[in-house]
Design a binder for this molecule. Sequence first.
Ligand code: CO8
Length: 260
Amino acid sequence: MGYETIKLEREGKVGILSFNRPQALNALNTQMAREILAALEELEQDDEIFAAVLTAEGEKAFCVGADLKERKDMSKQEMKKQRELFVKAFTAVAMFKKPLVAAVNGYALGGGCEFALACDFIVASEKAVFGLPEVGLAIIPGGGGTQLLPRLIGRARAKELIFTGRRIDAREAYRLGLVNYVVLPEELRKKTMEIMAEIVQNGPIALQQAKRAINYGLELDLHTALALEAECYNVCLATEDRDEGLRAFNEKRKPVYKNR
Ligand code: CO8
């Protein structure tokens, strides 16, 4: 499928989905939400892709949230339909089965911040700025922000950021545990791809099952979570890749995983 508002690249086993409306600071409009959904589906179905990166074109912004210019002329009915579509897009990022890493440069505000939060972790450039300014628009974060941010940095810190709508820079985001790394803007892609290279040398089904065990397990009591881990482990045990991993170890060579 041809995309206009996003870019989809493949670099080896890594899919790279970039927001591509830099002239609009990568604000999320209806078309972009549709294209994000289609691209995530494409990456999920592609057995050659083991993990993905969510990033953006342009120097200034990762994504400044919902396109407030598009919204200005929308009826309440159109807004409702758009909201349903946006919820699908945010859910698709949060539920993406393969590891998904956000590489953030510039503004990540509102829905933009929520897209980054929905990824597995965030690599930020020194120029990254995070914020959930929705209450200033008399709405609340609706792309997962009220749930994901407190789970990541704790409820009191999340409440302060959401109630004030304050923007924070990359250093502060690192201090709060919102991002895993802060790097120079010109090194963002390199650093992210180094991490991705480490990830995709591993068994792809194991990566998906580890993500599933962590994401779902964290919401469960310990005993149920350990049972879920056992179930996820058993999925790996039944794969050809698991046999290949064991064989490669004993033959003292690198494994060749096939997502089977
Ligand atoms: N939508 C549309 N256009 C935008 C947006 C936006 N969100 N943000 C900035 N722009 C436009 C500006 O209007 C301006 O356009 P123009 O040149 O035509 O006037 C251009 O981008 C550059 O912006 P500024 O001149 O303001 O540039 P600054 O560097 O001074 O400031 C900021 C940049 C800080 C990004 C500032 O523009 C800003 O605060 N923007 C608003 C950010 C915001 O409030 N985002 C939250 C939106 S609400 C949201 O995301 C809800 C998501 C809901 C998802 C869940 C649904 C299920």
